[in-house]
Design a protein around this ligand. Structure first.
Ligand code: AHR
Length: 321
């Protein structure tokens, strides 16, 4: 009995110590934001992290940043730690869509508002987060397919496509696939003959593309990669197989990072559909609005363009990531 009492008291003291004994907010009165990032899997993610860190600094927000190394369990631990620290707002970019309900209920019970950035979660209770700031991934997939439909020479020969998918279960992988396939439905000439995840990394894209080339060889007309990093990995695999990326095999990707522009200027990547990672300023505005008790829309969508190879050299000097 006594030892249970002591353990309970010790836990309470630990909780108070984490909270700085002074309720919400930092020691210096600044707003405290706990942010759980997916990882550092891509050039896009690196730019996203830099944007969040510099926007927090500019806004005078005390940012507690945690890198989950692409593991949901790490994100759940980070969110629990933010709850224990009694931060003012929790934000995170969820690695996958499902499995968030319990931890988000814990945040709600602790009265800590949650903002999603970049990726969506699949929850039955919409009150578990305030808003989602990020791209329309389904539309990005449709844009990629529309570019392909408009840029395939006329005829009725088959257009055989291989798809490099993002992280299994993640919102961008699910939605980009949906949009791409949806826009190609009704065009039987276009067939996705193989699909596999390359986990949004260059190494993953290269490895999966090597396997596709081994299995299908010269039959492949197009690679649709769910991000630029996997496309760059695939380009290496295509070259190592003695083929010309951008010519023998068209390469379509997503993000619009500088590496993609360099590949386009070298004639190896045909098009990239922009996905803007510079979400930091919008996130800090949302945090300020929450602190001020102002309402926010449920969804804050980012405006984006499509950059075909021909536009790359002119656009490159203005690219920020
Ligand atoms: O969620 C956005 C996606 O995640 C980007 O397209 C990709 O590069 C990143 O890893």
């Amino acid at each position: 009995m006594k030892s249970r009492y002591l353990r309970g008291a010790a836990l309470a003291m630990f909780g108070l110590a984490l909270a700085g004994c002074s309720g919400r907010g930092g020691h210096d009165g600044r707003t405290v934001l706990g942010f759980s990032q997916v990882g550092a899997e891509s050039e896009w993610r690196t730019a996203n992290t830099a944007s969040i860190k510099s926007a927090a600094h500019d806004a005078g927000i005390d940012l507690r940043f945690s890198d989950a190394q692409q593991k949901q369990a790490n994100q759940i631990s980070a969110i629990r730690s933010f709850i224990a620290q009694r931060v003012d707002v929790i934000a995170f970019s969820p690695v996958v869509e499902s499995g968030w309900e319990p931890v988000l209920r814990e945040a709600k019970a602790a009265h800590i508002p949650v903002v999603l950035t970049d990726r969506a979660v699949d929850v039955s209770d919409p009150s578990l987060y305030v808003t989602l700031i990020g791209s329309d991934f389904v539309e990005e997939g449709r844009k990629a397919a529309r570019w392909l439909l408009q840029n395939t020479p006329a005829g009725d020969g088959p257009v055989d496509i291989v798809e490099l998918e993002g992280t299994v279960g993640s919102a961008p992988a699910i939605d980009r696939k949906k949009g791409f396939h949806e826009a190609l439905a009704g065009h039987p000439r276009y067939q996705v003959i193989r699909s596999q995840s390359g986990d949004f990394t260059r190494a993953g894209g290269k490895e999966v593309m090597e396997a596709f080339l081994k299995a299908e060889g010269k039959r492949i007309n197009v690679v649709f990669a769910h991000n630029d990093d996997m496309a760059i990995g695939a380009i290496q695999a295509i070259e190592e197989a003695g083929l010309r990326p951008g010519r023998d095999i068209k390469v379509i990707s997503m993000d619009g990072v500088k590496g993609a522009f360099e590949a386009m200027m070298a004639g190896k990547l045909n098009v990239t559909v922009e996905c803007n990672p510079l979400l930091g300023p919008q996130l800090m505005q949302a945090v300020a609005a929450i602190k001020a008790g102002k309402p926010l829309p449920r969804r804050i969508v980012v405006e984006e363009s499509v950059y075909p190879m021909e536009s790359a050299a002119a656009a490159f000097p203005t690219r920020k990531y």
